[in-house]
Design a binder for this molecule. Structure first.
Ligand code: SF4
Length: 359
């Protein structure tokens, strides 16, 4: 029974106050008049009627910028899905911190906050198009801290003016506020974005920064459990862990993506079409594709090698390039214990190359 196996729900909030010039996520300018809450509640009703939401354990509100909406919005959405969850995460932009009632968010059922800091360096924030100051970040962190234990901070690597010193300063300040989780993403840009985001370090420096962060955080007892993610005391992002493990998830909201067994379902990214379909009592689906065995194998390897748990080679041994694996093992990029194959910290730096080379 498919619907017995869906434990994860992603809700895409497709709005931002302004557009950051390095961003590839789907979002449009926030429009208070768009009836998003009404439409999302309708989407939830339609999935509920199919019985798909009765075993949801983890919810992730991502974006876009979920914090454009008030805490009441989330109280209504969460209670329409259920009343007992393992983890409910929300992404918060420091710019919105002063307007958020974190106590109300907590009583609405949110259990985990992910704060998109990126850096405390205000010159870098300006070039990145992030509209907040260091003081605003600290104020938001303090307001979150008085209500939540389970907190994640984001830091982009390879931002303007990035250096070991700047990264060190940021990490020390991050650690001062005792997050349970950190996400460090390497900034990747297309040629147009490259022209807008100036004063960036070169690729060699970016690799040095990533290595420095890995070492620094592991010394502070953060477990490097995924290529870009570090957790203390097993406080992983459960929603993400389930997605990397290829468990089923539903994606709601414009542009939301679901994977249910071998089906990949994509919602329309057009706000107009999203509205029209739901007003017509139809799920706002743009496409539904079957993943063939080759797609499934590639995704299994691609997602599994992102994590410290790696992949199980037993069932897929005939599909792997064992000469390449031996070479990577020799170079200290890969480990293969019993039937588990995973990347080392050094291997994470060559992730893209390794994934395509071993198939
Ligand atoms: S706030 Fe986040 S989602 Fe919105 S444009 Fe900036 S990086 Fe993209």
């Amino acid at each position: 029974m498919i619907n017995e196996n869906i434990e994860n729900l992603y809700i895409h909030i497709p709005f931002c106050r302004t557009r950051c010039p390095y961003c590839d996520f789907f979002s449009v300018k926030f429009n208070e008049n768009y009836p998003f809450k009404k439409l999302l509640l309708k989407e939830i009703v339609l999935y509920n009627e199919k019985g798909y939401l009765k075993n949801i354990k983890n919810i992730y509100f991502g974006g876009g910028t979920p914090s454009v909406y008030e805490s009441n919005f989330y109280a209504e959405i969460i209670s329409s899905i259920g009343d007992a969850f393992n983890e409910v995460s929300i992404e918060i932009n420091p710019e919105d911190g002063k307007n958020i009632d974190f106590l109300l968010l907590k009583s609405a059922g949110i259990t985990r906050i992910s704060l998109g800091i990126q850096t405390f360096n205000e010159d870098a924030l300006k070039i990145l198009g992030r509209n907040y100051s260091k003081d605003q970040i600290i104020n938001t962190i303090e307001r979150i801290r008085s209500n939540f234990e389970n907190i994640s901070f984001d830091r982009l690597i390879g931002i303007p003016f990035d250096s070991i010193k700047q990264l060190e300063n940021d990490i020390e300040l991050y650690l001062k506020y005792q997050p349970t989780h950190l996400s460090l993403y390497i900034l990747t840009l297309n040629p147009t974005q490259e022209r807008l985001i100036t004063n960036r370090p070169d690729d060699d420096m970016v690799a040095e920064l990533y290595k420095y962060a890995m070492k620094r955080l592991e010394n502070k007892e953060f477990e490097h459990y995924e290529i870009s993610n570090f957790a203390k005391n097993n406080k992983y992002c459960q929603y993400n862990v389930d997605v990397w493990n290829k468990n089923n998830y539903i994606g709601m909201g414009p542009g939301g993506v679901s994977t249910i067994e071998n089906k990949r379902i994509t919602n329309t990214a057009s706000l107009k079409e999203y509205e029209n379909l739901l007003n017509n009592n139809e799920l706002p689906i743009r496409s539904s594709d079957i993943l063939n065995n080759e797609d499934e194998l590639f995704e299994y390897i691609m997602l599994g090698l992102r994590t410290k748990w790696g992949i199980n080679t037993k069932k897929i041994k005939d599909n792997l390039n064992w000469d390449k694996i031996a070479e990577f093992k020799e170079n200290g990029l890969i480990k293969h214990n019993n039937a588990t194959l995973f990347l080392t910290d050094k291997g994470f730096l060559y992730y893209n190359y390794i994934v395509t080379a071993i198939i």
